[in-house]
Design a protein around this ligand. Structure first.
Ligand SMILES: [Zn+2]
Length: 313
């Protein structure tokens, strides 16, 4: 049995993970990130005990505790170097949690890398090279090579959302402009959909948005499926942006398996098939490309499972 902790800016989610690997018990609390970190870690420790009880095991049976944290992480030292949304710099997270569980191996990973490792454990089929990307509010990414997370020298290696897509393009959350994230995240899709609604106020897409009182990542996809030409244009452009980034990633790593997760991945084959077609055409040496493209299967559990398993990596 393992415990995975998904530390977010809003919530601390903790799960008990078995050997399958599956989350068999869960608990969460609000992070309240402006508190001193010692208080946040105390909540983590209490949540660990809570999920162990819920899952019917004792802390003595726990083989490892893993934490997935936002930001730059020094996994070897167990320190969060910098996490913008927690307001943290140089926080000795592992040392602090060790005070509660001195006998259990504890480790910390960047959260996107932990999630990638979770997908690798379940969907990687033992691949030597594996990439996971998450098309969500932003674009997260993680790379696993020979069963090791590619951490990079500042612990946030595999930040695939910030590869350049358009020189002089849209502003990105990272401070740069033109990043892939600024074109292929859900946030970007919503921006693209809103612009198309403004230009096509009589479209089905505009009617749907008015009915729902908001534009979401599904608005354009649903209207396109119902035959709306303006929505189809939005979807086609979005899929091209998504596929362009994936082609670059395949060119860099030539991974055996590349998994796509995040909110948009719920579109399934409607998302995956056009990306596969595009990759078949444009990947370097396309005729010989053996990268298998898949939709992620773990969704919210990926971070917990990945952190849990990475604790004993
Ligand atoms: Zn960026």
């Amino acid at each position: 049995m393992y415990i995975g902790i998904d530390l977010g800016g809003t919530n601390i989610a903790v799960g008990l993970v078995d050997d399958t690997p599956k989350v068999i018990a869960q608990a969460s609390r609000p992070t309240l990130s402006t508190r001193p970190y010692e208080e946040i870690v105390k909540d983590m420790a209490e949540l660990c005990e809570e999920v162990a009880i819920k899952g019917g095991c004792s802390m003595a049976e726990i083989q490892g505790i893993g934490i997935g944290s936002p930001g730059s992480v020094d996994s070897k030292a167990g320190v969060i170097l910098y996490a913008n949304n927690l307001g943290w710099s140089n926080i000795p997270l592992v040392e602090e949690l060790k005070k509660y569980f001195p006998a259990i191996p504890i480790a910390v990973e960047n959260d996107a890398n932990a999630a990638a490792y979770g997908e690798y454990a379940v969907n990687g089929n033992g691949a030597e090279s594996f990439v996971a990307i998450t098309l969500g509010t932003g674009i997260g990414g993680g790379v696993v090579l020979n069963n090791q997370i590619l951490r990079g020298c500042n612990g946030a290696g595999g930040e695939l959302g910030h590869i350049s897509m358009v020189f002089d393009g849209e502003p990105c959350t990272c401070g740069k402009v033109g990043c892939w994230e600024a074109y292929a995240s859900v946030t970007a899709l919503i921006r693209q959909t809103k612009a198309a609604i403004e230009a096509n106020p009589d479209s089905l897409m505009a009617t749907k948005a008015a009915e729902e009182g908001k534009v979401s990542g599904r608005t354009a996809f649903e209207a396109a499926k119902a035959g709306d030409a303006a929505a189809q244009k939005v979807v086609d452009a979005y899929l091209t942006y998504a596929a362009e980034g994936i082609v670059s990633i395949i060119n860099i790593f030539q991974p055996e398996v590349l998994v796509i997760g995040g909110g948009i991945s719920r579109e399934g084959d409607y998302l995956l098939n056009p990306i596969k077609e595009y990759a078949k055409k444009y990947v370097y040496g396309a005729a010989f490309c053996r990268t298998e493209l898949k939709i992620a299967s773990l969704f919210n559990d990926a971070g917990i499972i990945g952190a849990a398993l990475a604790s004993v990596q």
